[in-house]
Ligand binder design. Structure first.
Ligand code: ATP
Length: 217
């Protein structure tokens, strides 16, 4: 397989802050699927939704600290550099345009996001642009909400990682990743109560949160 055709995975999130619940499952997923590169895509939150507590610059700084020295991960700030929040499907369309029709592309989500995917803008176009790689997340159902959605899921599933490298888009892979019971919400709440979060996120991110006085009020 040539270098340019290798499967490239994107991982979008608010990352307010980035934590081990993002990093550990995705690291295992990368081993299972043979990903050489995972690009983190911090998102711009639309004005009608609750805004992140950390600024875009702070969320970027935390991602940079979390991935420093880890060649698997890189950062793409394109969604934050736009004046308006972008839909995931639009960012993926842009990446598809840049990479060409044959480049295998994947978007990584947690199980909670899979369950609500049908609420995403133009969700049915997602699989024409990329594969979906799903990490387990404790506390969330393994079945979709309706028989129709379950059918949609099952009709796109593959359990063969080679298929993800051979086809440019269109398949869903449910990865056997560790269950990590961490959320950014819990971290923000713990910080507010003055409790330690050292077991939930990388030490450099924790030190940054302390220095910046983030999530304490
Ligand atoms: P919040 O608590 O603020 O809603 P979060 O912890 O869910 O945040 P996000 O930045 O919203 O983090 O998540 C980005 C992506 O990472 C989503 O696809 C989500 O499903 C996934 N994800 C987040 N935490 C976990 C976890 N502990 N295990 C597996 N996937 C996760």
């Amino acid at each position: 397989m040539s270098e340019t055709a290798s499967l490239h995975a994107l991982f979008g999130g608010t990352f307010d802050p980035i934590h081990f619940g993002h990093l550990r499952p995705v690291t295992t997923l990368a081993q299972q699927v043979g990903l050489q590169q995972v690009t983190l895509l911090p998102n711009n939150v639309p004005p009608h939704r609750p805004q992140p507590q950390a600024s875009a610059a702070q969320r970027v700084a935390m991602v940079q600290l979390a991935i420093a020295g880890q060649p698997l991960f890189s950062l793409d700030q394109r969604e934050l550099q736009r004046a308006t929040p972008s839909w995931t499907v639009e960012t993926l369309a842009e990446l598809r345009q840049e990479r060409g029709a044959q480049q295998p592309l994947a978007f990584i989500i947690g199980q909670d996001s899979l369950l609500t995917l049908h609420k995403w803008h133009r969700w049915q176009d997602l699989l024409s642009l990329c594969h979906l790689l799903v990490c387990k997340r404790p506390g969330y159902a393994t079945q979709m909400e309706t028989p129709q959605l379950q059918h949609w899921l099952e009709s796109h599933l593959t359990d063969d990682p080679r298929v993800l490298h051979q086809q440019p888009a269109g398949r869903i892979f449910l990865a056997d990743t560790p269950l990590v019971a961490i959320s950014a919400t819990e971290i923000r709440q713990r910080r507010q109560r003055g409790e330690s979060c050292d077991d939930l996120l990388p030490a450099a991110v924790s030190a940054y949160i302390d220095r910046e006085g983030l999530y304490s009020d």
